[in-house]
Design a protein around this ligand. Structure first.
Ligand code: AMP
Length: 214
């Protein structure tokens, strides 16, 4: 199954993608994770991307498109994948369409996770990530047992630079301007599955799998 998880920052795409990986046994392809790994490794791509990410702007399309095109051709994508955080612009969506065509493949579903804006700011600004293992916490909704320490590996937890409130607001504006238009684009293609992204994580997962028939 080839699917896209669409939704604003903080909608829960990453969390739900991880559950879907387990259920469907296909990889999660998160461009945000790929970029953060490049930043951490200090690669030229990472150095370029960081300037955009830290201020809540999108990394240029040509960088992202090249990254995803290469990733989709790896053997673990043969049975499908979950795109998380890509495409984020109409240009990226068109490039994805062309890549799929060249690979004689097509999308099965586009899940649009819908969450009110005021909830998103609260969710993202409280998010903490483990610097070692990437485990995610929330200061209010799912705090780690010891403040500032990861339950899984004991590593330090931190707030992503782009999760600070003013950057979050900028990211939401960028989403509304550049990514939201993809909703009507995929709706017109008959691929869109709208899923309310509020409530219990398990309940949201159930809504998604029902929408996918999975
Ligand atoms: P995410 O973890 O998906 O919220 O992504 C974090 C940041 O990485 C975004 O705010 C962008 O700066 C960058 N990024 C991730 N995916 C994309 C994409 N598909 N296009 C452009 N920039 C992206």
């Amino acid at each position: 199954m080839r699917l896209i998880l669409l939704g604003p920052p903080g909608a829960g795409k990453g969390t739900q993608a991880k559950f879907l990986v387990e259920r469907l046994q296909i990889p999660q392809i998160s461009t945000g994770d790929m970029l953060r790994a490049a930043v951490k490794d200090g690669t030229p791509l990472g150095r370029d991307a960081k300037q955009y990410m830290d201020r809540g702007a999108l990394v240029p399309d040509e960088i992202i498109i090249g990254l995803v095109r290469e990733r989709l051709q790896r053997p673990d994508c043969a049975r499908g994948y979950i795109l998380d955080g890509f495409p984020r612009t109409v240009t990226q969506a068109e490039a994805l369409g062309k890549t799929l065509e060249a690979l004689h493949a097509s999308l099965d579903h586009v899940v649009s996770l819908e969450v009110p804006t005021e909830d998103l700011v609260l969710r993202i600004a409280g998010r903490r990530t483990c610097r070692n293992c990437g485990a995610m916490y929330h200061v209010r909704f799912s705090p780690s047992q010891t403040d500032g320490r990861c339950d899984a590996c004991g590593g330090p937890t931190y707030q992503r630079e782009d999760d600070r409130e003013e950057t979050v607001r900028r990211r939401l504006a960028v989403y509304a301007d550049q990514t939201a238009p993809l909703i009507s684009l995929y709706e017109a293609q008959g691929l869109l599955r709208r899923v309310p992204g509020t409530g219990e994580i398990g309940e949201i997962f159930h809504r998604i799998t029902t929408a996918l028939g999975a």
